[in-house]
Design a protein around this ligand. Structure first.
Ligand SMILES: Cc1cc2nc3c(=O)[nH]c(=O)nc-3n(C[C@H](O)[C@H](O)[C@H](O)COP(=O)(O)OP(=O)(O)OC[C@H]3O[C@@H](n4cnc5c(N)ncnc54)[C@H](O)[C@@H]3O)c2cc1C
Ligand SMILES: *[C@@H]1O[C@H](CO)[C@@H](O)[C@H](O)[C@H]1NC(C)=O
Length: 485
């Protein structure tokens, strides 16, 4: 009797141990925590799921999407299917060249290589897996080749991000908790093993490797914020960012006992064209006037009706010229679109007109009257622009690519008031090309990854339009696969 019972007992013990062992070591990957549900966090989450992991995605706002849903110009890719269809020859090398030139002395070749070489496969992933339309291609400032992709429907940021949100919500292995603000990282002997977050007034701990995808700090205007700390000269400007963009991930990563490092924190992109809403000219958050408005042929004039810059030059160059003019009392700056350009961006323009941000005028004289300049002043500006486009004269501001360049002085135009706006933070958490968060000595913080606008260094001193949605997806995917291996 006794030996049999003992044998039975040891049999059960063995079974129990085996079960525990199997559950612990042989089961699917442990859960990974993604902090932030913008495009970077969503891309990381989907990649984790592809690699067999389960995901907990936390976002402090009541809805996902962050600044990603606002993106209005598009996403870059070199050597994409759409470019081939439009007969546009582009290579990763060309994209590297443009990005490196724009990044200037802060260019980091390993990060630029990761961004550009993954671009075409990344766009293919978005179209194939999520059915996102990226069939239209435009040239934005600083690009030598048209490579910024968007679809025929609404704004590209919304189209891409909402497709990823919708699919993630259907994934059984992903849990999404909204209105859950992550407060700090949990660590043990230098290793990150989870987060503490606050949800419905309760503090909760969750365990697993962590991917920070909290976005940038272009709305961190408080007196103890990063803008005050690094760029107090920008505090008076408005921003295009949602109020979530306060650098939370940056603070968590640098609060570790062996802290992560930040880089390039003073590198902040001021976008030249935010809409001044005539009904609310002092609002701190502005609608962005998509760079595509200049890409399709919009021109910029000062208060005298004169052009002053290559409209499709780099953002930093256009901004500097605008700020100089405004400082010299030649503001406000106006953006003017002819009817061909307005038609090409019809969905955008309809929206801006409906919001009261853009106004239609029947010809140059009507606008000149409102501006209080001589009736033929704008007419001269329009005619000169046409001559530059036809190569009869050289544009004094160096514009060489012209799109919809003919402004009929009698024809209808769309006009809007513009201000520079704090738009994007190039600086952030330092990572390597595997999206591992780094200590000051270059060694990775175990268990911690980061992606999207939260990371620094990808764009050096100036980000090219369309490269930030790309950064979100590319580094989100890299972080997802690094965290699951
Ligand atoms: C108006 C506008 C237009 C733009 N247009 C373009 C464009 O055409 N092309 C382009 O490439 N780029 C564009 N950009 C830039 C680009 O949209 C962003 O840089 C990019 O989307 C950032 O993605 P992200 O996932 O890193 O951050 P976000 O999309 O900002 O997401 C961050 C998320 O993290 C959450 N979060 C933050 N802190 C916490 C916390 N403590 N706990 C939990 N959650 C937290 C936030 O609530 C948010 O949902 C534009 C930006 C703006 C504002
Ligand atoms: C979810 O994860 C389990 C293992 O944890 C796996 O067996 C299953 O296939 C996953 N489901 C999906 C839809 O990926």
């Amino acid at each position: 009797m006794i030996p049999t019972r003992r044998r039975l007992l040891s049999f059960f013990i063995t079974i129990t141990f085996t079960a525990v062992f199997v559950r612990h070591f042989m089961s699917a990957q442990p859960r990974t925590i993604v902090v932030g549900g913008g495009l970077a966090g969503l891309s990381a989450a989907h990649t984790l799921l592809e690699n067999g992991a389960t995901v907990l995605l936390l976002d402090k706002k009541p809805s996902l999407g962050g600044n990603s849903v606002k993106a209005s110009s598009g996403i870059n890719g070199a050597g994409t299917e759409a470019q081939v269809k439009h007969d546009i020859k582009d290579t990763v090398e060309d994209f590297i060249k443009d990005t490196t030139a724009s990044a200037g002395h802060l260019a980091r070749p390993n990060l630029i290589q990761a961004l550009t070489s993954n671009s075409a496969p990344t766009l293919a992933w978005l179209s194939t897996k999520f059915g996102v339309d990226l069939s239209l291609v435009a040239r934005l400032g600083g690009h030598s080749i048209p490579r910024t992709h968007r679809g025929k429907g609404g704004a590209p940021g919304w189209a891409i991000t909402s497709a990823l949100i919708k699919k993630l919500e259907q994934e059984p292995n992903a849990s999404i908790i909204k209105s859950a603000k992550v407060l700090r990282l949990l660590e043990e002997s230098g290793k990150v093993y989870g987060v503490e977050y606050e949800s419905e007034g309760v503090k909760v701990e969750a365990e697993g490797p962590v991917i920070i995808a909290t976005g940038g700090y272009a709305a961190d205007f408080s007196s103890s914020g990063y803008l005050t700390q690094y760029r107090s000269d920008l505090l008076t400007l408005p921003t295009t960012n949602g109020d979530h963009a306060t650098g939370d991930g940056h603070r968590m990563a640098t609060s570790l006992s062996l802290p992560a490092v930040l880089c390039d924190m003073d590198q902040i992109q001021v976008h030249p064209t935010g809409f001044i809403d005539p009904a609310n000219p002092d609002a701190k958050t502005k609608f962005l006037a998509a760079e595509a408005l200049r890409g399709v042929g919009g021109i910029l004039v000062d208060s005298t009706g004169a052009r002053f810059v290559n409209e499709i030059g780099r953002r930093d160059a256009v901004t500097t010229k605008m700020q100089d003019l405004i400082g010299a009392g030649k503001g406000p700056i106006r953006l003017i679109l002819n009817s061909e350009a307005a038609t090409e961006l019809k969905a955008h323009c309809d929206f801006y007109v409906a919001k009261g941000l853009m106004k239609k005028y029947e010809g140059a004289a009507a606008l000149a009257q409102e501006m209080g300049v001589p009736a033929d002043r704008l007419k001269k500006t329009f005619e000169a622009h046409g001559r530059y486009a036809r190569n009869e004269e050289t544009d004094p501001f160096g514009k060489t690519f012209f799109h919809n360049p003919t402004f009929d002085p009698e024809g209808p135009i769309l006009v809007a008031l513009m201000t520079p706006v704090v738009h994007y933070t190039m600086g952030g958490i330092q990572v390597d090309e595997k999206a591992r968060v780094l200590h000051a000595d270059g060694s990775p913080v175990p268990g911690l990854f980061a992606a999207g606008e939260a990371i620094g260094g990808v764009h050096g001193q100036n980000r090219l339009g369309g490269s930030s949605l790309l950064e979100a997806v590319v580094f989100g995917r890299i972080a997802g696969s690094s965290a699951s291996s």
